[in-house]
Design a protein around this ligand. Structure first.
Ligand code: XIL
Length: 355
């Protein structure tokens, strides 16, 4: 544990930078931030980050200052994924994840661990290797024990299994489901609980926020785990939304409620609302409505205690690379200026009604 004053020095620097940065009210005064507004609700407001976090120079300082000023939760966007941690079979590479965690802890941000078991961003030595069932099971369990064990007691949540249900609502066929077998999900949760008993364990997916076949399929999977005594504490809704196809707030609330009834926590884990390019004043207003709805639905759900956006500035978002023709998905523009979506988040959080 570093000495208290050693911890305060970087914090003071960040506060100074944050105070110098343009404030969301644009008036140069001290504006209320997203994290200030969320805290009285017992709600954490978070962002994903990694790329821009490490860019050298002034722009990265501004990025980090805004991040620490606005958010009190952080999800490593890529740095805890298999391929980042285990480039080769015999080495673990912890530096990037460790530095993000250290930053978060210095700034009072809780960290969501993302993710232990996923079909994507696996190392080629895994996907191109030949594995017996025993070997693949041992690999998965060893990975969970090592990674969850290393960060034991430091995280606010682990996304233990990510995206196990396919778009057509069937169980997704992945490296893990085919090599380990259909019980890989249950094995993963049990191993994570053993390695880090105090951290809430989540199942995380996309396209499960509305009501429909995939959403039901995720719900049935999670309910089966709960009823089977598998250690699971929460459901993560990624919520990579489109501004032109927003879910109704009331539908979100009904969906969240059925997980809460299972005794689970609800986290919004990867919120962004993409708009077709070029963005217009209208599409950005629609986007703002999307952000507002999600926060409002969370506030109406006592089990919902975290909303994480998948990046906060349009300068650093996965959307343009993964959805050609789409972009501008985040609450701040490329110059870190607040967009209507930012104001909608703030208003939804700071509005009347405490829970
Ligand atoms: C994305 C990252 O944002 C990109 O930087 C990376 O290249 C690919 O993965 N669902 C998830 C996230 O659970 O981990 C993904 O993140 C977005 C979709």
């Amino acid at each position: 544990m570093p000495h208290r004053s050693a911890m305060l020095a970087p914090l003071a620097t960040a506060l100074l930078l944050a105070a110098c940065a343009s404030t969301p009210d644009g008036a140069g005064g001290r504006a209320i931030t997203l994290r200030d507004a969320a805290a009285p609700h017992g709600l954490r407001i978070g962002t994903a980050a990694d790329r821009s976090f490490r860019v050298p120079g002034d722009s990265a300082d501004a990025f980090r200052a805004v991040m620490a000023r606005e958010f009190d939760m952080l999800t490593p966007e890529n740095d805890l994924k298999f391929v980042r941690l285990r480039p080769t079979r015999d080495t673990y590479s912890w530096e990037r994840a460790d530095s993000l965690l250290a930053f978060a802890e210095r700034h009072g941000m809780r960290v969501r661990g993302h993710t232990l078991v996923w079909h994507s961003q696996l190392s080629p030595w895994v996907t191109e290797g030949r594995w017996t069932r025993e070997e693949a099971t041992a690999l998965m369990l060893e990975h969970i024990r090592t990674v969850a064990g290393r960060y034991r007691g430091r995280l606010a949540a682990w996304d233990v299994v990510n995206e196990a249900v396919a778009d057509d609502a069937s169980p997704r066929e992945t490296f893990w489901s085919t090599h380990v077998g259909p019980d890989y999900i249950e094995l993963a949760f049990r191993a994570a609980r053993e390695a880090d008993p105090g951290t809430p364990l989540f199942y995380n997916d996309y396209g499960n926020e509305g009501l429909g076949a995939k959403s039901d399929s995720v719900y049935h999977l999670v309910r089966r785990l709960v009823r089977g005594g598998v250690p699971i504490d929460g459901i993560g809704f990624q919520m990579h939304l489109r501004a032109d196809r927003l879910p109704e707030q009331e539908v979100l609330e009904r969906n969240f409620a059925r997980y809460a009834a299972l005794g689970l926590k609800v986290h919004i884990t990867e919120l962004d609302v993409r708009v077709q390019q070029p963005a217009t004043a209208e599409s950005l207003a629609r986007q703002a409505e999307g952000y507002r709805r999600v926060v409002a639905a969370c506030l109406e759900t006592p089990a919902c205690d975290a909303v994480v956006v998948w990046g906060f500035t349009d300068a650093d978002s996965w959307v343009p690379r993964f959805f050609p023709g789409w972009g501008s998905a985040l609450p701040m523009d490329e110059g870190l200026r607040p967009k209507p979506a930012y104001h909608a988040l703030l208003e939804a959080l700071a509005g009347p009604g405490q829970r």
